[in-house]
Design a protein around this ligand. Structure first.
Ligand code: PLP
Length: 369
């Protein structure tokens, strides 16, 4: 049996019939950008995440970027961000004219370490860009208390944590704004690019609505130097369908995570679980010092895996002159990048397939590790 890391066709197949009908209705409506489907998705998704306003955008990166831009921080402000995030979080900060300040994660949760946020504060710090990595919400109580004391804005990168909760509260509802991606591989994935920003402040919502549409509230009257980052009707129509299945997707992924948790042998570092955190397992990662050999062994046995991520942001060519001064100063981040491996855990995977992955992993641990 071969087991792909991800098979997007299989993961979407259960919804094809509904998608086809939604596509036909949208095509026949004659309205293709920012219409009824987008408005419905914005309202429903905002409500689901305990937010007042949703703004549909073209991507997760745009949600992060426009969220930051709308806060109007002084140019060159320092923005705290986890060092082990996906590059998009950092690009959003740089593109908005600010300085990313990298902070190490807690090696058990992979999320930003609140104690280290305190150490990174300077007079120029204006915001914290949180990332709820792999589908686990950050340790919000200490972070919100630090932000309040230091008068910092809090933005959340929720690209990997749709429906995740912390002490009962949904991801994306904690800071000034929550930025979501609906890229096809995400837990709530469209059939193309899509994103959204969720906020409670009406003025902020209006500003982002204008920014996504050339900085204009009224046709041909431009207040801000905006961008084109509008969400397509057809993607919103697919998302309205997928949203109704998001709980089922989350429960399925959690059940697969339970199998890994219960049966993987002690040789692997597994994700930590805690009753305050309702994780949604966008990714299920394990860590092992012989990660590359393990990945190759799984591949020989027909099992696909991924690495999130192979190169840390501060080691990227694109960040030369911006982040390379961090070289050698982020041992936890570098250790995670060298040892992490993401296992199959999609809506398309069966419990049998995951049991097979566990079997191959445990064999390797017994005989080759
Ligand atoms: C996917 C992702 C993004 C970017 O989302 P896009 O829709 O691809 O622009 C940002 N941050 C994180 C943590 C992500 O996983």
């Amino acid at each position: 049996m071969t087991i792909d890391y991800e098979n997007l066709k299989k993961a979407n197949e259960p919804f094809f019939k509904e998608y086809m009908a939604a596509f036909q209705a949208t095509a026949e409506s004659g309205w293709y950008v920012l219409g009824k489907q987008v408005a419905q998705f914005e309202a429903d998704f905002a409500q689901r995440c305990n937010r007042k306003f949703g703004i549909g955008l073209a991507s997760g990166l745009d949600a992060l970027y426009l969220g930051l831009l709308s806060l109007d921080l002084p140019q060159g402000s320092e923005v705290i961000v986890p060092a082990n995030t996906y590059i998009a979080t950092i690009l959003a900060i740089i593109n908005a004219g600010h300085k990313p300040v990298l902070v190490e994660p807690d090696p058990r949760t992979y999320n930003i370490d609140p104690k280290r946020i305190l150490e990174a504060l300077t007079k120029k710090t204006r915001a914290i860009m949180l990332v709820h990595l792999y589908g686990k919400v950050c340790d919000m109580d200490p972070i919100l208390s630090i932000a309040k004391d230091a008068k910092l804005a809090v933005l959340e990168d929720v690209a990997q944590a749709h429906d995740a909760r912390y002490k009962g509260r949904p991801a994306g509802s904690f800071g000034e704004a929550g930025a979501f991606s609906f890229y096809p591989t995400k837990n709530l994935g469209a059939l193309g690019d899509a994103g959204a920003l969720l906020v409670d402040d009406e003025a902020l919502a209006n500003k982002v609505r204008a920014l996504r549409n050339y900085g204009s509230f009224k046709k041909y009257v431009n207040i801000y130097r905006g961008v084109n980052s509008r969400l397509d009707e057809v993607q919103a129509a697919f998302l309205n369908i997928k949203l109704a299945h998001l709980s089922a997707i989350t429960l399925h992924k959690r059940a697969l995570a339970d199998i890994y948790d219960a049966h993987l042998s002690g040789g692997f570092i597994k994700p930590v679980r805690h009753p305050d955190f309702e994780d949604v397992f966008h990714i299920y990662n394990i860590r092992h010092p012989k990660r590359d050999a393990l990945k190759a062994y799984l591949q020989e046995n027909g099992i696909g895996t991924e690495i999130h991520y192979p190169i840390a942001p501060h080691k990227q060519e694109a960040m030369k002159g911006i982040l390379d001064s961090y070289d050698g100063k982020l041992p936890i981040t570098e250790e995670i990048h060298a040892t992490t491996l993401s296992l199959p855990i999609s809506f398309a995977h069966t419990t049998k397939e995951v049991e097979r992955v566990v079997e191959v992993l445990n064999d390797w641990a017994k005989t080759k590790a």
